[in-house]
Design a binder for this molecule. Structure first.
Ligand code: SAM
Length: 212
């Protein structure tokens, strides 16, 4: 993602009622951080937040947390949230490498990864959010019957992800390399900002669902 440093973004996030600062202090207590006790779904690398905001609006019986590494990007989601607040959605500005410091075992019921950065160089494979190293982290925070859903238009990253799943001890439940033409997997699909951009260029969208 092209990134423009927005002056004041860090401060806006620090002061926002929709963001958790020091999220590691809430480990094991995420249920209490929302008006109602519900299952917790997270999106990692949520960008400007269209997907998770629409998910939260459509699913009031689920609590959602959007995770984004860059404050300048997260700020865009916060601005939208100020216009249309949702009681079941909050945000954290953090690197997903620290997930296990923030969530207790089993605390998360579902993980969404949408159009994650591809890190194309082999030596950076560990940084991909669908590398086995990240699947181990997800294993440590996900509920027993939890699952992970991943979408991308990047064919190489998708092939890599399909290979990593069994190597990490996970199970591939479903996948498609043309989501928008798959009536089953596309049902209720919410397009992310990147999905809209790349599908309008004619790129097929890939999706997989994985669990343990
Ligand atoms: N999910 C959005 C979409 O589909 O439109 C944004 C996709 S953008 C290519 C990837 C996003 O993931 C960026 O905003 C980036 O900052 C964030 N990201 C990448 N690695 C991350 C990490 N380790 N932890 C948290 N966010 C990360």
């Amino acid at each position: 993602m092209r990134l423009r440093n927005i002056p004041g973004a860090d401060k806006a996030i620090e002061e926002s009622e929709y963001c958790f600062n020091n999220p590691e202090t809430l480990k094991g207590r995420w249920k209490e951080q929302f008006p109602a006790v519900r299952p917790l779904y997270i999106e990692i690398g949520m960008g400007k937040g269209r997907f998770i905001m629409e998910m939260a609006a459509r699913n009031p019986d689920i609590n959602f947390l959007g995770i984004e590494r860059y404050s300048s990007v997260l700020l865009r989601a916060l601005q939208k949230m100020e216009q249309t607040p949702l009681p079941n959605l909050k945000f954290i500005c953090m690197d997903a490498a620290e997930l296990e410091e923030v969530f207790a075992p089993g605390e998360v019921s579902r993980i969404y990864l949408n159009f994650s950065d591809p890190w194309p160089k082999d030596r950076h494979a560990k940084r991909r959010l669908t590398s086995r190293q990240f699947f181990f982290r997800y294993h440590n925070i996900l509920a027993k019957d939890g699952r992970l859903e991943f979408k991308t238009d990047n064919q190489d990253l998708f092939s890599f992800s399909l290979e990593e799943i069994p190597l990490a001890g996970w199970r591939l439940d479903a996948f498609t390399r043309d989501l928008h033409r798959d009536p089953v997997l596309n049902e209720g699909n919410i397009m992310t900002e990147y999905e809209e951009k790349f599908s309008s260029l004619g790129n097929p969208i890939c999706k997989l669902i994985a669990s343990r």
